[in-house]
Design a protein around this ligand. Structure first.
Ligand SMILES: [Zn+2]
Ligand SMILES: [Zn+2]
Length: 333
């Protein structure tokens, strides 16, 4: 099959992803084999490709926002019939036995496997995954538009839940890429006002188009004190700025898997019961709840489609803030 392979992490400007021919995967016990239609491009893919996340498998096929069609079920797999439209996300599998899994916090599992990082992902024509970690894709969401929901969408949803915002609340977004452009649609649906701080003027424009109350740069003070904020951008220097904009008791949620170092800051910025919390991965329940909500709202993603062979170009564009919304790779048939 055709696939994108990363052998050694390198700066994306060096175009380290090789497009070529590899063996098709075979479904094991409890797995399904899925024919990939599209795979979303996530900032985490960039962290994998550039080695900001330590390499776990080499070579590896990146990609963890897969929409495709079930072709074959492995032994014991009975959940999906052939032809079912499904999604495959970041969480490939958990052990189910560690203290976190037993507490219902499988996103914090001690021995997780991740799609497109510790196991091969969806920048390929075929992928296998355990059927219990595969999502049915609701009708009414076209493939290309559904792909970014599987990580950008689900993680954004978990961030929104952690922000604990009620109708009428004021919520800051720092960075306005794929995750934020979906999360704002959920926030609007909940009656929450969004204040978007992002360095790129095109992203500020998109935020306003999608209903943000205000858009400015990450160093501008929003016009109101915020009840909560979510930092989507992987830049630690945003954290003190975001704290300055929070009301007393406000919550700051850090949505990224990787962030540059957070500079030291005066305790006053945190005092008065402000909170900082990171978000790690997601549970399957987050994914199921969010996909149902996405179909109900319905969420419309802004996408830029590239052929599968152009993964390097898509990731370069992502790094340069040149994607309004989300990038999606389409498998050419
Ligand atoms: Zn576990
Ligand atoms: Zn992701």
């Amino acid at each position: 099959m055709k696939a994108c392979l990363l052998r050694t992490p390198a700066r994306i400007e060096e175009n380290p992803i090789e497009y070529g021919e590899v063996a098709e995967p075979k479904p094991g016990n409890g797995d399904v084999l899925v024919r990939v239609e599209v795979c979303g491009v996530c900032r985490t893919d960039l962290h994998v490709v550039e080695g900001e996340l330590p390499p776990k498998k080499s070579p590896v096929i990146p990609g963890h926002q897969v929409v495709g069609v079930v072709e074959q079920a492995g032994a014991g797999a009975t959940r999906f019939s052939k032809g079912a439209r499904v999604g495959i996300a970041w969480l490939h599998k958990v052990d189910g036995t560690c203290e976190y899994c037993r507490r219902g916090e499988e996103n914090l599992c001690d021995a997780p496997l991740f799609t497109g990082y510790t196991v091969d992902g969806g920048y390929a024509e075929w992928i296998v995954a355990p059927e219990t970690f595969v999502y049915p894709i609701p009708e009414g969401l076209p493939n290309e538009h559904a792909a970014p929901l599987l990580c950008a969408g689900i993680i954004g949803y978990r961030c929104l839940r952690m922000a604990q915002v009620a109708r009428g609340a004021k919520l800051g977004f720092y960075g306005f890429g794929a995750a934020a452009h979906i999360a704002i649609q959920v926030a609007n649906h909940w009656g929450v006002e969004v204040y978007a701080a992002t360095r790129d003027a095109r992203h500020q424009k998109l935020a306003l188009e999608l209903g943000a109350k205000w858009a400015g740069t990450t160093m501008d003070a929003p016009p109101a004190k915020l009840d909560a904020s979510i930092v989507f951008a992987p830049a630690g220097e945003i954290v003190p700025e975001a704290l300055k904009a929070l009301r007393k008791g406000g919550r700051l949620i850090l949505g990224g898997i990787h962030m540059s170092a957070i500079p030291s800051f005066a305790y006053d910025l945190l005092y008065q019961e402000r909170m900082i919390r990171s978000v790690a991965n997601n549970t399957r329940r987050d994914g199921e709840e969010f996909l149902a909500l996405a179909a109900e709202i319905p969420i419309r993603t802004r996408i830029q489609v590239y052929p599968l062979s152009d993964a390097n170009r898509a990731l370069n564009a992502l790094k340069n803030d040149a994607i309004p919304g989300a990038a999606v790779l389409r498998v050419q048939t």
